[in-house]
Design a protein around this ligand. Structure first.
Ligand code: IDP
Ligand code: MG
Length: 136
């Protein structure tokens, strides 16, 4: 089933100059980029985006980091896009990420882990509308 998911290239990877390599890999893996924008996420937008993590001990660190510099927001389309994008990113903790995944290659730490991808279930539509209201 063709579906859409939401992705971010996070501030660590943008600052390190990995934008091009990550975009190139996304295209090689057969995703259609239906939306892409470079932006700096505001504190209010980060609080909505990461609202699901509000109770977690690292919430404040998460919001501070995601607003710390420019990101690339992506709307990605593919057959089974939500799982396919999570598979391409790899595990949250780069120490556990498989060879060939983006987080294995580009992440610095569990917090500064290069990319974001919608989790299964309801987060993809919510995140897509939050960042790409004009195309969703
Ligand atoms: P995911 O990004 O693989 O879906 P989530 O569990 O949804 O992982 O966590 C959201 C984000 O919170 C992670 O991508 C990572 O940046 C950060 N994070 C997760 N666990 C930790 C932690 O133990 N310490 C610091 N940051 C964390
Ligand atoms: Mg998540």
């Amino acid at each position: 089933m063709i579906e859409r998911t939401f992705g971010l290239i996070k501030p660590d990877a943008v600052a390190a100059g990995h934008t091009g390599a990550i975009i190139s890999r996304i295209e090689k893996e057969g995703f259609k980029i239906v939306g892409m924008k470079k932006m700096t996420i505001s504190r209010p937008q980060a609080e909505v985006f990461y609202g699901v993590h509000k109770a977690r001990p690292f919430y404040e660190e998460l919001v501070t980091f995601i607003t710390s510099g420019p990101v690339i927001a992506l709307a990605l389309e593919k057959d089974g896009a939500i799982k396919a994008w999570r598979d391409l990113m790899g595990a949250t903790n780069p120490a556990q990420a498989a060879e060939g995944t983006l987080r294995k290659q580009f992440a610095i730490s569990i917090g500064q882990n290069a990319t974001h991808g919608s989790d299964p279930a309801e987060t993809a539509p919510f995140e897509l509308v939050l960042f790409f209201p004009e195309i969703m």
